[in-house]
Design a binder for this molecule. Structure first.
Ligand SMILES: *Cc1c(COP(=O)(O)O)cnc(C)c1O
Length: 523
């Protein structure tokens, strides 16, 4: 071993640690700290604050005073702080690395968005404040509505839906209200392609419709003959995603819209993939009647883990009268105001979707993104998203198997034929990606493809980043084909948790903590 003049080794000892187990006494792996649950770490006799015991107050609990401690874990302030910082470090995030989750558009969230969302006039307002004190916030909503209606070529928008799925609910409730207003209460059947996101059929059923599936052609598009055979005078409409969850543009979309309209139905478009076409295509020109836009996908803003989100829904002339309350409008005196009551609104609003006005923080982030990009920048973001996905498709198509022929839109879909005979399955492949430091792509969705792997790189990844990712996937795919199944079956080797029983976790979730060995949750 080489030493410097004060006897300090200048290089690691090549022989050290050769056969040592990867397990550690503490459970931590290097400086990645093991972290137990807060119930295991906390003590019921400790607290982070030191309050004097209350004195001289009469018990006003009417005899319902708690008889014993409720067992909340107590921690000193530094312990509580470390607990949550350690947990936060176990999260994978777009700020840590590529997040290729297909259909989720996990793009970089520019920090400018965060600066603006935190300005006191936006961050500190209360939804019940008098309107004259929140004119700036109302102007943001009005301006955002202008951008959304301009980009989509649709005349009206409801800003209040709080997620994509909530926006679907908004659109389908408007369709139902329009049908009811026409006296056509028998129109209750909704067509949904077999590649649809699960929220589409779920929303239709929630709104009292029945769902009929339409198949796809060999090139992954909606099967027009199947669609034609399923029209009829009980048709309420269609829920169609474009570009689809196969990452493909539905070329026949105008014909589909015409067929649906001629049959007396409405065209709901799932706009979650708007990132691929914004600035290039206006859905209003394609015959769409209602479409939600996931602000948290297309217009950056952080998301994941179920929130926060915003799913504004745009409407055609035909559905605009049924758009929900509240609406933002400019009064005779020039001031912006909310329309909160049916009597004050034009048309026949179907109701409200939430108590107040929607997700202010998402509105400010999305509008910041729009204004900082400009119309040309948004268009380029869409073009670059498509370019990046096609770059990956081109780099991977010789080792992995693209599900469909030709180029793709914003995401590249592969099936598991390239793994055939290797003993490795899509799930194993995804777990091995975790060992390589990559969050897996969307797996086993869409359902129309066997063992699907859906990769959406987004426009915010550099060519160097995409190349590193592609090189890693190529190495994995070649490893699987070369018979190195062990690398996949034992994966993830370096994650804090190995393979969990995901089915059991979904079917029988344990939502309350219980001490190890106990049958029931702690009382
Ligand atoms: C993300 C997504 C949705 C649902 O949006 P949420 O904001 O998660 O509710 C619906 N459809 C498609 C195609 C999506 O990708």
């Amino acid at each position: 071993m080489t030493m410097n003049t004060i006897g300090r080794p200048t290089a690691p000892d090549a022989n050290a640690g050769a056969s040592v187990s990867e397990e550690t006494f503490s459970g931590s792996k290097g400086l990645a700290q093991a972290e137990p649950l807060i119930f295991e770490r906390g003590r019921t006799d400790v607290t982070g604050v030191d309050l004097p015991a209350p004195s001289g107050r009469a018990d006003r609990l009417g005899g319902l005073k708690r008889q014993k401690s409720c067992g909340l874990p107590g921690l000193a302030e530094p312990e509580a702080l470390r607990h949550y910082v350690r947990l936060s470090q176990k999260n994978y995030a777009i700020d840590l690395g590529l997040y290729p989750l297909g259909s989720c558009t996990m793009k970089h969230n520019p920090r400018l968005n965060e600066r603006v969302a935190r300005l006191p006039g936006f961050a500190d307002v209360h939804p019940l404040q008098p309107e004259e004190t929140v004119q700036g916030a109302l102007a943001v909503m009005d301006e955002l509505a202008h951008w959304l209606t301009t980009l989509t070529g649709m005349p009206a928008v409801a800003l209040s839906p709080k997620a994509g799925a909530h926006g679907e609910l908004c659109g389908m409730l408007a369709i139902r209200a329009a049908l009811d207003a026409r006296g056509e209460t028998k129109r209750r059947r909704v067509l949904v392609p077999d590649s649809a996101h699960g929220t589409n059929p779920a929303t239709a059923v929630q709104c009292g419709f029945t769902v009929e599936e339409i198949g796809h052609t060999a090139d992954g598009r909606v099967d027009l003959d199947d669609l034609k055979s399923k029209l009829g005078d009980d048709l309420a409409g269609i829920m169609l995603t474009n570009p689809s969850t196969c990452g493909l543009f539905e070329r026949e979309i105008i014909q589909i819209a015409d067929l649906i309209h001629e049959a007396g139905g409405y065209f709901y478009c799932d706009g979650a993939n708007f990132n691929a076409i914004m600035g290039r295509v206006r859905p209003g020109d394609l015959g769409v009647d209602a479409m939600h836009i996931n602000l948290h996908k297309t217009f950056s803003t952080p998301h994941g883990g179920g929130g926060p989100g915003a799913g504004p829904t745009v409407f055609s002339e035909a559905l605009a009268p049924y758009a929900p309350l509240p609406r933002v409008t400019r009064g005779a005196d020039g001031a912006l105001q909310f329309i909160e009551e049916d009597d004050d609104a034009e048309g026949a609003p179907f109701g409200r979707l939430c108590a107040f006005h929607g997700q202010m923080g998402m509105f400010t982030r999305a509008l910041t993104y729009m204004l900082s990009h400009g119309a040309d920048g948004l268009r380029q973001a869409a073009e670059d998203a498509v370019l990046n996905a096609n770059y990956l498709l081109a780099r991977l198509r010789h080792v992995m198997t693209p599900a469909f022929e030709g180029t793709c839109m914003h995401e590249a879909l592969f099936d598991d034929r390239f793994l055939k005979g290797t003993g490795v399955e899509t799930l194993d492949f995804a777990k091995a990606m975790i060992d390589e430091g990559y969050h897996p792509m969307t797996m086993y969705f869409p359902l129309v493809v066997h063992g699907a792997l859906l990769i959406e790189p987004t426009e915010t990844e550099s060519k160097q980043g995409l190349d590193r990712f592609a090189d890693t996937l190529i190495d994995l795919a070649e490893g699987a084909k070369a018979g190195d199944a062990a690398r996949f079956k034992s994966a993830p080797r370096f994650a804090p948790m190995k393979r969990l029983d995901e089915t059991q976790a979904a079917r029988k979730p344990v939502l309350a903590w219980r001490p190890a060995g106990a049958e029931t949750a702690q009382s």
